[in-house]
Design a protein around this ligand. Structure first.
Ligand code: NAD
Length: 350
């Protein structure tokens, strides 16, 4: 993977890079939920001409309150747009919105030809490529750019975008994404952004589970949380799940463990992303064992209260399942919070 060129990179022939928001044309922003609303608000604040829409009236009200101009319908928003940006729950939502009903009244038909369809939702690679094919067949251009960074990253404009797009579309894309994100990585052609997102979150889910298991093991062995953190965070076990989103309270004061696992990155979203990874593992025939196990563990977690708790709360399930086992010692020491802990941005998961 390579980083994208800067906005000052070579524009496509005849299509100067619209680094000036006022020359970028209208952005239809569809899906103003937890992520979409703050992302759209950042575009408005940066001077972009945004026409937002959501199928849920409460989301439209919230968008208006946040100062986001709202269209009467998704089709109205798309009709005058140079870019149609979607931030939907799933690929099914996306494909349905693109194609519309039997009368063909979807976004692809409503938009002027050569509109750039930019999907930032997390969906399967297959759905993403299907959406791109449909957009291209309708005379448009397409890019997938799923995000990492969660709601806090969306609000702060510090998301990471994983981009699957034609090189020629980067000059139009990058300035826009830089308003909403801090890191933009061009991963390859259509679907490559989704592929990178799925792989990253498979690592994240698995690393959180094993980190939580290690902290519970440490408790059993009489290690304090701080001692284990001090070693792991500077040794070869180091990972984001420990150094930033530490599953026990204390060592990283900003981690969700310090606020009773309020997300952060909710268990339901981790279960969704690992489900996408599992489907990709199966369709590609990868002989994986840890990824599928992580998917099963988070499916179980998200079937209960874990759906709305941070994914690091999986440690509670592991600890509960370990209760009564031999050598149940050391938890009192483990609860001590260290003053010299390395604080990180705890809420940028997913
Ligand atoms: P959300 O459910 O809060 O928002 C999605 C919005 O899309 C909803 O408001 C819904 O009404 C709207 N919508 C659905 N179909 C629509 C249509 N046809 N036209 C207009 N609006 C429509 O979800 P979210 O948390 O904002 O997540 C959005 C996407 O980002 C998901 O794919 C998710 O996996 C991904 N993601 C979320 C996070 C996170 O922390 N929430 C982090 C990274 C990635």
């Amino acid at each position: 993977m390579t980083d994208t060129p800067t906005p000052s990179g070579d524009p496509a022939p005849g299509d100067p890079a619209p680094t000036d928001p006022s020359s970028a044309g209208r952005i239809a922003f569809l899906g103003l939920g937890h992520m979409g609303l703050p992302m759209a608000a950042n575009l408005v604040a940066a001077g972009y001409d945004v026409a937002g829409f959501d199928v849920v009236p409460a989301a439209i009200d919230a968008a208006r309150t946040a100062g986001i101009p709202v269209a009467d319908s998704a089709l109205d928003a798309a009709a005058g747009a140079r870019i149609v940006l979607t931030m939907f729950p799933s690929g099914a939502h996306l494909l349905q919105a693109y194609r519309g009903g039997a009368d063909g009244s979807g976004l692809l038909a409503a938009a002027e030809s050569d509109t750039l369809f930019l999907d930032c939702s997390t969906i399967t690679v297959e759905e993403s490529r299907e959406a791109a094919d449909a957009a291209l067949a309708a005379g448009h251009r397409s890019a997938d750019a799923p995000v990492s960074g969660g709601v806090v990253g969306a609000e702060a404009g510090t998301l990471t975008f994983m981009v699957g797009a034609d090189e020629a579309d980067l000059p139009q894309l990058v300035p826009l994404l830089e308003v909403m994100g801090r890191k933009i990585v061009h991963c390859g052609g259509h679907g490559a952004g989704q592929a990178a997102k799925i792989c990253n979150n498979m690592i994240l889910g698995a690393s959180m589970i094993v980190s939580a298991e290690a902290f519970v093991l440490g408790e059993k062995l009489g290690l304090s949380h701080q001692a284990l953190f001090d070693v792991v965070s500077t040794a070869s076990g180091q990972c984001w799940s420990v150094t930033t989103n530490c599953p026990v309270p204390g060592p990283v004061p900003t981690s969700p463990a310090n606020r009773d696992y309020r997300p952060g990155f909710a268990g339901a979203l981790m279960a969704k992303d690992l489900g996408l990874a599992l489907a990709a593992l199966q369709s590609t025939g990868v002989a994986a064992e840890i990824g599928p196990a992580a998917a099963a563990i988070y499916q179980r977690y998200a079937a209960g209260e874990g759906a709305t708790r941070d994914f690091s709360g999986i440690i509670t399930d592991i600890r509960d399942a370990s209760a009564g086992a031999p050598a149940d010692a050391g938890t009192a020491a483990g609860d001590s919070a260290g003053d010299d802990a390395a604080a990180g941005d705890a809420t940028v998961g997913g």
